[in-house]
Design a protein around this ligand. Structure first.
Ligand SMILES: Cc1ncc(COP(=O)(O)O)c(C=O)c1O
Length: 272
């Protein structure tokens, strides 16, 4: 389904229309009329740190009995109506890979306030080693996704300092917005009124009449060693996903043509 132009995330109106069109609730779970398959979960992703409009999504999720799993990898420190992202769904996923606000060089975390689910996630990610001290009974096909202790130590130390990169990223975003205020060919994407972004990745929205020059626009900063880039290729444009069902994606396609990401490291601005 389509994106919402301000948050860049899942559009509640598009989701509602899609569910009405393709799903039937039988008896309590949504079944896709075309495929006969059950839709189990809703996975809103907070793109670049911008919070998705969660209130209507949570209402839809409860109406359709969908479990919400937040793709919160980009939004550690973002808030929606003063509530932290990664606290709305039954589960939330976080990433600590190299370019994230907390970077342990790899790995991530699952957030949940469901203790049973947390135990289950730990079991699945830790080679099914149960809590027993000497009985190594591993009766499941599972994974070895543990964050090594050394990497976790890096992450814990950074968690204690989290306000600092958040403040630095906000200063950088304000610098970009200030520098480009009044520029007619592009605008910095701004957070919605009820939302506070962690400003993970700054995004410039270029006007339609500049789209044909976007590679030219990007070559100058890249030649100067400043990584400035196109947004990720949309999934439905990847050859391996082209046969998948999809709704109208015109907003997402328009954004993909016009959004450029700017250098966003917290180290780019000073302390004041
Ligand atoms: C929304 C989202 N999900 C998943 C990932 C991948 O995370 P990881 O590299 O920790 O698997 C990223 C990467 O930053 C991301 O932005």
């Amino acid at each position: 389904m389509d994106s919402e132009a301000t948050t860049l995330g899942l559009d509640p109106a598009s989701l509602a229309a899609l569910l009405d069109h393709i799903a039937t609730c039988s008896p309590a779970v949504p079944i896709n009329r075309d495929t006969g398959r059950r839709t189990a979960a809703l996975v809103p992703v907070f793109v670049f740190g911008f919070p998705v409009d969660m209130a209507p999504l949570l209402t839809l999720a409860s109406e359709w009995n969908l479990t919400v799993v937040e793709g919160a990898a980009e939004s550690l420190g973002s808030t929606y109506h003063d509530l932290n992202c990664a606290s709305f769904g039954r589960l939330a996923t976080l990433s600590f890979s190299g370019n994230n606000i907390i970077a342990t060089r790899g790995g991530g975390a699952i957030g949940t306030d469901d203790a049973a689910l947390a135990r289950r996630a730990k079991l699945l990610s830790a080679t099914a080693k149960g809590p027993h001290r000497w009985d190594f009974f591993r009766n499941e096909t599972v994974y070895n996704y543990r964050l090594p202790n050394l990497n976790a130590a890096l992450g814990v130390a950074q968690f204690e300092q989290l306000p600092q990169p958040l403040a630095a990223k906000r200063r950088l975003a304000e610098r970009y917005a200030g520098s480009l205020a009044g520029f007619e060919r592009a605008q910095i994407l701004q957070e919605a009124e009820s939302a506070r972004s962690n400003q993970w990745l700054n995004a410039l929205l270029i006007n339609h009449d500049w789209v044909y020059r976007r590679h030219e626009v990007l070559s100058a900063p890249n030649d100067a060693g400043l990584m400035t880039r196109l947004i990720w290729t949309l999934m439905h444009c990847l050859p391996r996903c082209q046969a998948r069902p999809r709704a109208d994606l015109s907003v997402a396609e328009d954004l993909a043509a016009r959004v450029l990401n700017l250098p966003s490291s917290a180290n780019l601005v000073g302390k004041s």
